[in-house]
Ligand binder design. Structure first.
Ligand code: PGA
Length: 249
């Protein structure tokens, strides 16, 4: 099944009010390439300002708490993100799995919180280099999906991002054959977990997506978009990726 492609930018702990100036050209590119969905996920503090500056652009968040409210100092709930205008939430990014020791069970609960509050949950999975070298990449990702995917979700609520940890921020990417193998395995797993709804869940590739490799990666079967870190920080880099996705749509 050919799904509508999604190109989502993850600004991580980067950006400032001044950086929101990039959003005008990104929104214009999104409008010009209406066959593709485009989103930017800035830090929490910039979400409301980003929504106010470009109401036509989809803005998301990079994490949420599993609870809607409560005694969790320093955390942000999906309810709060919804009020700020976020329409998507990235959960289980490998940097959070590593730095904040997030488990699959926590990622699952966060994805449920996002969906419960009307947001699209982008659940990230991906193997380390040692796991790939050991021939365990597919098994590791299947295990993450088993633990992290809310079972009642469909393609309107859930997106999966395959991001090999060793490809993030390194300039290295898997071969097209390895991307194809992994995305096919993720599709099969989603169908086994969600039934026919699994055919409608978009599977993004993430990890060193740049203007010069976006088209090749986005033409692979079952690559339904991209999760872009560094290259989403400027319109100069992100707009050609949007255009690459539209060329493959
Ligand atoms: P990168 O990051 O594009 O800078 O490799 C991707 C991500 O971590 O989502």
């Amino acid at each position: 099944m050919v799904l509508r492609k999604l190109v989502a930018g993850n600004w991580k702990m980067n950006g400032s009010l001044a950086a929101l100036g990039e959003l005008a050209a990104i929104r214009e590119a999104a409008d010009r390439n209406a066959s593709v969905d485009v989103a930017i996920c800035p830090p929490f503090t910039l979400i409301a300002a980003a929504v106010a500056s470009q109401p036509g652009l989809t803005i998301g968040a990079q994490d949420c708490h599993a609870d809607d409210k409560g005694a969790h100092t320093g955390c942000i709930s999906a309810v709060m993100l919804r009020e700020a205008g976020a329409k998507m939430v990235i959960v289980g990014h490998s940097e959070r799995r590593a730095d904040q020791h997030e488990t699959d069970a926590e990622v699952h609960a966060k994805a449920e919180a996002a969906i419960r509050n009307g947001q699209i949950a982008i659940v990230c999975v991906g193997e380390t280099e040692a796991e790939r070298d050991a021939g365990r990449a597919v098994a590791i990702v299947e295990g993450q999906l088993d633990g992290s995917i809310p079972r009642a979700a469909d393609g309107a609520q859930l997106v999966v991002a395959y991001e090999p940890v060793w490809a993030i921020g390194t300039g290295r990417t898997p071969s097209v054959a390895d991307v194809a193998e992994m995305h096919a395995a993720i599709r099969t797993k989603l169908v086994s977990l969600l039934g026919s709804a699994g055919t409608g869940v978009r599977i993004l590739y993430g990890g060193s997506v740049k203007p010069d490799n976006a088209r090749e990666l986005l033409s692979v079967a079952d690559v339904d978009g991209a999760l872009v870190g560094g290259a989403s920080l400027t319109a100069a880099q992100f707009v050609p990726i949007i255009e690459g996705a539209a060329a493959c749509a």
